[in-house]
Write a protein that binds this ligand. Structure first.
Ligand SMILES: *[C@@H]1O[C@H](CO)[C@@H](O)[C@H](O)[C@H]1NC(C)=O
Ligand SMILES: *[C@@H]1O[C@H](CO)[C@@H](O)[C@H](O)[C@H]1NC(C)=O
Ligand SMILES: *[C@@H]1O[C@H](CO)[C@@H](O)[C@H](O)[C@H]1NC(C)=O
Ligand SMILES: *[C@@H]1O[C@H](CO)[C@@H](O)[C@H](O)[C@H]1NC(C)=O
Length: 329
């Protein structure tokens, strides 16, 4: 008797069990399927990485997907879902659906696959970190040296303030640079030339790389073409990010052609003068900073300690072209 009751229960539960297994609580051709963000993700105005954002979804947020389309492939998956909010989320960023969106939802139509972008050219005045979101704790996607030409596609005023400027711009390399690092900014000239980027969630590089290619701080030999080592960072909420302004704390501070006491003195900063720093060099236990005048000052000549934990200043060597280092095996 016990056995037949168990069987009966099983048969009664079967439709429920199979719907769980196949993800079809509703029949095919749904008007919507509820999806869930697996990571913080962006709901975009078109299904491509460079499209501007309409909504920022956080980890575990749910949304109703109403149709599917194709766009930028994220780790080999080019399927995007249109949210009821009227924007597109990469399927890769959602919790795996056991059914098939392309048979269970309608196609959004050919027009949905188009990419709409505003573009403007600019050139970097200084060494610049290009980060996956416009803030200090975001992963650095690329270290770009001065005089690099970039193509900008949207702007945000919600970024980390650099010296006195909260504007950051997204480049067509799909990362953000601070406006302060440009020779001249299209924002200063005319904000309407570029679209606003929309709300930007906190993003992490590791969530958009194939698992085996994720950068690991322990890896002493990262594979070629991988992201450069991520600079050490402090969780301090007030940590200044570069460009960093510091103040001269000695009577005069020589700024030299290279990071050594014997290098030529190119200019002299005065006591209490504000100086902006680009990056750090360590030489035989002594720390130096490259300033925005492209010369080097010993950090002991500043009131602050730009090499300290409170600051998050990158090493100058991160911006060197690996081809120039001549340290190939
Ligand atoms: C589902 O929708 C597609 C097009 O949207 C249609 O061709 C197909 O016949 C529909 N299937 C069912 C079972 O309604
Ligand atoms: C999805 O749509 C259903 C039906 O309209 C609604 O009850 C539900 O709240 C929606 N879910 C979300 C996350 O918007
Ligand atoms: C850096 O610049 C900001 C904004 O101009 C200013 O408030 C701050 O005092 C400066 N810090 C230093 C150390 O000069
Ligand atoms: C490094 O510093 C030590 C003492 O601080 C000094 O004795 C040594 O000569 C320096 N080496 C070089 C290459 O400058």
């Amino acid at each position: 008797m016990g056995r037949s009751t168990t069987l009966l229960r099983f048969w009664l539960l079967l439709p429920y069990v199979s719907s769980l297994l196949f993800g079809r609580v509703h029949a095919a051709n749904e008007s919507y399927i509820t999806a869930q963000a697996e990571y913080n993700t962006e709901c975009k105005t078109c299904p491509h990485s460079l499209c501007t954002n309409k909504v920022a979804y956080e980890y575990e947020d749910v949304f109703n997907a109403t149709c599917w389309t194709r766009g930028t492939a994220i780790v080999g998956d080019n399927l995007w879902l249109k949210s009821e909010a009227g924007c597109y989320v990469a399927e890769y960023d959602t919790v795996e659906y056991t059914g098939d969106y392309t048979s269970d939802l309608p196609y959004c139509g050919r027009a949905s696959e188009k990419q709409h972008l505003t573009l403007a050219d600019a050139t970097l005045a200084y060494k610049t970190e290009c980060s996956v979101c416009p803030s200090i704790n975001c992963d650095v996607a690329a270290y770009l040296p001065e005089d690099t030409d970039v193509t900008l596609t949207c702007w945000t005023d919600q970024g980390q303030v650099i010296i006195d400027d909260p504007y950051w711009l997204k480049t067509t390399n799909n990362c953000y640079i601070a406006e302060k690092n440009l020779y001249s900014s299209p924002i200063a000239a005319d904000k309407s030339r570029l679209d606003p980027c929309g709300p930007i969630p906190f993003l992490e590089l590791a969530n958009h790389l194939p698992p085996e290619a994720s950068p690991s701080p322990e890896d002493p030999n990262p594979p070629e073409n991988s992201t450069p080592e991520i600079a050490p960072r402090s969780p301090h909420p007030l940590t200044p990010t570069y460009l960093i302004n510091v103040t001269v704390g000695t009577e005069y501070a020589p700024c030299r052609s290279c990071a050594r006491e014997t290098c030529r003195e190119e200019r002299t900063y005065e006591f209490n003068q504000e100086v902006w720093l680009q990056c750090l060099v360590e030489n035989n236990g002594t720390w130096w900073s490259e300033t925005t005048d492209f010369c080097y000052v010993a950090n002991k000549d500043f009131w602050e300690s730009p090499e300290g934990d409170y600051y998050r200043n990158p090493l100058c060597e991160y911006f060197e072209d690996p081809e120039d280092e001549g340290d190939d095996d």
